[in-house]
Write a protein that binds this ligand. Structure first.
Ligand code: COA
Length: 447
């Protein structure tokens, strides 16, 4: 069975049709397993996909992802079901997608449609022997009045009980998240499922969002774009929004938002295609559209206005002696050495890069700090890589780092090697001895 693009045929196709998986197929898929194992994928199914005959195959695909150690959170929309239910009951709805006004009658139908859709998903997951749960972990606030119009029961995510969801995932339960949340009074609010997927991915540190839609992918200028960088997509949204097909607009906007808030990749895949999900994940070409972030786009040189934030960001690490104390004045004086990592205009990490005036072949990386909420997402590594890149661009041959508690990070993750303090320039060696911190000295050759 061929996928037509030279990539391994998928496991679920074989499973669904009761055929045997060829060892060659497995080999193709297995190379991706270590890469994705333990990662969280947020799968967002449009209501139309839940209604599509391919749903049962999709749920088998999800079972395959789980069996390969990929953690899955499932969000669903209800647009199509809401429109159908409204027609059936002869009720005029104020909005079908959770983006406009949700009046009381629409909310009532949305709750009914959502219960039905969630239940269909629960049935399908049960048929694939997967445990699943619907929770009250999404808290929202009413959007309020926009341009003079009260949006009534339309909400925006205020808080996600990520511990609750993570606990479920860790117990091999698939959380099923409907596009409804609970307001401050515990009552329901309608949420747009594309926006919810982006919020959940951020809160859970997901590595991917996969939007499953009833369209071929991200349609720009009449064509499905197979790959686009977030910068290019952001520019199109800003300057030529009409180029983006109406059916792709919400996904495009939320893909940009998700990547800007730290989710590295967003896929938009036709959920009606048999094998589509698995091929998108386990093939180098994919079948849908991929929006990807520039690896270093969130890193920038620090500015004077950042001093206060850098100071409070690193204060805890200073208390734990992970970093040396620097006053706000000292940070300000050396602000040219700082680089910061921003998410949603908040500084969540910093690093310094210092060039020795009398030793041009050597630079020092220091003051590396990542806010604990953002640990284990590759940000620390990215900051060090970026600093090394900057050092290399200036013609530096080696980078050193001094660390008391995170030397394992520098050696195991960033490719540094331990060396002796004699590798330090004379003036730096004196400072090192005077500090009494006895930090390990680490070095990396820039090839
Ligand atoms: C060290 C630090 C920058 C790592 O940031 P991060 O964004 O979580 O790092 P990454 O996501 O790129 O890498 C995480 C990996 O680093 C490794 N790691 C982190 N700290 C480590 C340590 N002290 N020893 C060995 N390995 C370590 C882990 O293997 C981890 O892998 P995992 O995600 O599979 O658990 C962060 O923990 C931090 O800010 N610590 C406090 C300040 C500090 O010690 N700074 C260094 C002083 S120069």
């Amino acid at each position: 069975m061929s996928t037509g693009n030279g990539t391994p045929p998928s496991l679920p196709a074989a499973t669904a049709q009761g055929t045997t998986i060829k060892p060659t197929d497995l080999r193709g898929i297995l190379k991706y397993v270590p890469r994705f194992q333990g990662q969280i994928f947020v799968l967002a199914l449009d209501g139309a996909i839940v209604a599509d005959e391919n749903l049962s195959n999709l749920l088998v695909d999800i079972a395959v992802l789980r069996s390969l150690g990929i953690k899955v959170v499932l969000i669903h929309g209800i647009g199509q079901q809401l429109v159908e239910l409204a027609a059936l009951r002869n009720v005029a709805i104020s909005d079908a997608y959770g983006t406009g006004v949700t009046d009381a009658a629409t909310l009532d139908l949305a709750i009914r449609a959502s219960s039905r859709v969630s239940h269909v998903i629960l049935e399908g997951l049960t048929q694939n022997s997967l445990k699943c749960a619907i929770t009250n972990s999404i808290r929202a606030l009413p959007i309020g009045i926009i341009k003079g119009v009260d949006q009534q029961f339309t909400g925006r995510v205020e808080r996600i009980d990520k511990e609750f969801i993570s606990e479920l995932i860790d117990r091999s339960v698939v959380p099923v998240v409907p596009p409804l949340a609970f307001g401050p009074d515990g009552k329901s609010l309608r949420i747009n499922s594309d926006a919810l997927a982006a919020e959940l991915a951020e809160a859970l540190h997901a590595t991917k969002i996969i939007y499953l839609t009833p369209h071929g992918g991200l349609e720009i200028d009449g064509e499905i774009r197979r790959e686009i960088s977030v910068d290019a997509l952001r520019a199109i949204i800003k300057d030529k929004p009409d180029q983006i097909a109406e059916t792709s607009r919400s996904k495009a906007m939320h893909a940009v938002k998700a990547i800007e808030t730290g989710t590295p990749r967003v896929h938009i895949v036709d959920g009606r295609i048999f094998d589509g999900l698995i091929n998108e994940i386990f093939s180098s070409e994919g079948v849908g559209s991929l929006v990807y972030g520039n690896d270093y786009q969130q890193i920038r040189k620090a500015r004077r206005s950042d001093v206060r934030f850098i100071y409070s960001l690193t204060r805890n690490a200073v208390r734990r002696e992970e970093l040396i104390h620097r006053t706000q004045q000292a940070i300000e004086k050396n602000i040219d050495q700082f680089f910061v990592y921003e998410i949603d205009e908040n500084i969540i990490a910093c690093v310094t890069l210092y060039f020795y005036p009398d030793m041009p072949e050597l630079a020092e990386v220091g003051s590396l700090y990542v806010l604990p909420f953002y640990h284990h997402r590759g940000i620390g590594k990215k900051m060090v890589e970026y600093a090394c890149l900057m050092a290399k661009e200036r013609g530096t041959k080696r980078v050193i780092a001094l660390s008391t508690q995170s030397f394992g990070f520098f050696t195991a993750v960033c490719g540094f090697e331990e060396t002796t303090k004699e590798a330090l320039p004379e003036a730096r060696l004196k400072l090192y001895d005077d500090s009494g911190r006895n930090a390990k000295v680490l070095v990396k050759q820039l090839t």
